[in-house]
Design a protein around this ligand. Structure first.
Ligand SMILES: [Zn+2]
Length: 416
């Protein structure tokens, strides 16, 4: 029996769908209001014996428990299989994620959590952290905010964290695996983060997966991250996602900024749906996470050279369109949650942190006046061109052509 069959067999479809739909029994079937279209009289049926569901109303379609979860959660088959397998207690051999590996991950979350707590206590109490405390105060962060984001401080020392974690029972190998210490060629190990303001990075569930660390002086690099580990993958990390998720789900909108401090300031001022990408590019993995929660994505990122900016933003848009497409195909076109991507145009040389501190109203206004991404790119590309002039006209076509072609290609596929 395949793992898929096993998951299906061990899953009670009525129980799973019952989490989303209020079902009442009628004979050997269950019936309720269709969760995929709006209706007053129930035309949605679940057949426990066949392990299937069907909507006889506007959708006029059906499927099994996997397709239900995919549609409802906006996830792909692999993710639906993973979720249902976990629920049914089935190990998926192809993922090679054995129980040992799960325990290993759990242990790394724990050691990271212990490190975060250690850094946090230092920031709040250590005399050595005075400079860090002054910095935090100079950025206008309240104690409540510092606690909420569990900001911390790493001592200017080669092995204070290592000693602390070993003292409370963690092994050197675990510290290495979590990327908290590094090993020199000589075989000696030392703390990776020294004399820095520490930002714990969390996954959606709030597990600490790694750290971002900012210098407090002029040394370089200004920001240092944890290395890739079995629990930390920079390209799927979104700073603040664990705290922002409820607001993102309620508002169906997420605002993406660039800096950790932009996120923290936004939350301190009550803008709870703000998160940061880990760098200037937004990755496909990040979009996959966000699109499950938000219909509308607002990019409020630093501006740079017009050409580069258009390309960067265009790439983000492309990835989002592709995501919509995959979801549409996976759901037989039931999901029509087409993304709305907008650009929040910040005043020149200002980042969100500064704007919000200056005026909450201004920030709100900028977000509400954000521009559809296509219009934004269009304006960027034709800026400075005189469209009554033939040469400039052909230049505009040359610049916008590839972008329009890509969108057209994606859209056409999605209409099949
Ligand atoms: Zn329906």
């Amino acid at each position: 029996m395949s793992a898929i069959d096993e998951v299906k067999q061990r899953t009670d479809i009525v129980e799973v769908i019952g989490q989303y739909v209020s079902l009442s029994k009628s004979g050997r079937t269950f019936r309720g209001l269709c969760p995929f279209h709006s209706e007053k009289h129930p035309s949605f049926f679940v057949y426990p014996e066949q392990g299937s569901w069907h909507c006889f109303g506007a959708c006029n379609t059906g499927g099994d428990v996997f397709s239900f979860i995919m549609r409802k959660e906006g996830i792909d088959f692999g993710e639906a299989l993973r979720q249902l397998a976990e629920r049914a207690g089935v190990n998926l051999p192809s993922r090679a994620e054995t129980g040992v590996r799960r325990d290993e991950k759990e242990r790394l979350y724990q050691v990271n959590e212990a490190a975060a707590q250690y850094f946090h206590d230092l920031l709040l109490n250590s005399p050595a952290a005075e400079k860090a405390r002054n910095y935090v105060a100079s950025r206008g962060l309240s104690l409540e905010t510092v606690t909420k984001f569990k900001l911390g401080y790493s001592l200017n020392s080669w092995e204070s964290l290592k000693k602390h974690l070993e003292d409370i029972g963690y092994a050197k190998d675990e510290l290495m695996a979590a990327g908290l210490i590094t090993e020199a060629d000589s075989g000696e190990t030392h703390d990776r983060f020294r004399n820095r303001l520490m930002f714990p990075l969390c996954d959606l569930k709030g597990n600490v997966t790694g750290f971002g660390a900012r210098v407090l002086d002029d040394s370089l690099p200004k920001y240092l991250n944890s290395p890739q580990t079995i629990v930390f993958d920079k390209s799927s990390t979104l700073y603040g996602i664990n705290l922002a998720a409820p607001a993102i789900r309620t508002q169906e909108t997420v605002v993406i900024v660039e800096g950790y401090l932009d996120v923290i300031t936004a939350h301190q001022h009550g803008f709870d749906n703000v998160i940061a990408s880990m760098g200037t590019a937004v990755t496909e993995k990040q979009i996959n996470i966000l699109k499950k929660m938000a219909k509308s994505i607002v990019l409020a990122m630093d501006r740079d050279e017009a050409g580069e900016e258009a390309m960067r933003i265009g790439l983000v848009y492309q990835k989002i369109l592709e995501y919509d497409d995959r979801m549409k195909k996976a759901s037989g076109n039931i999901i029509t949650r087409e993304s709305e991507v907008r650009i929040c145009v910040l005043p020149p040389n200002k980042d969100p942190d500064e704007v919000i501190k200056e005026s909450e109203e201004l920030w709100q206004k900028l977000i509400s006046k954000s521009i559809p991404i296509f219009d934004y790119i269009f304006d960027l590309e034709i800026k400075g061109l005189d469209l009554t002039n033939v040469r400039d006209k052909s230049l505009a076509v040359e610049r916008l052509g590839p972008f329009i072609k890509n969108i057209y290609k994606t859209r056409r596929v999605s209409n099949i």
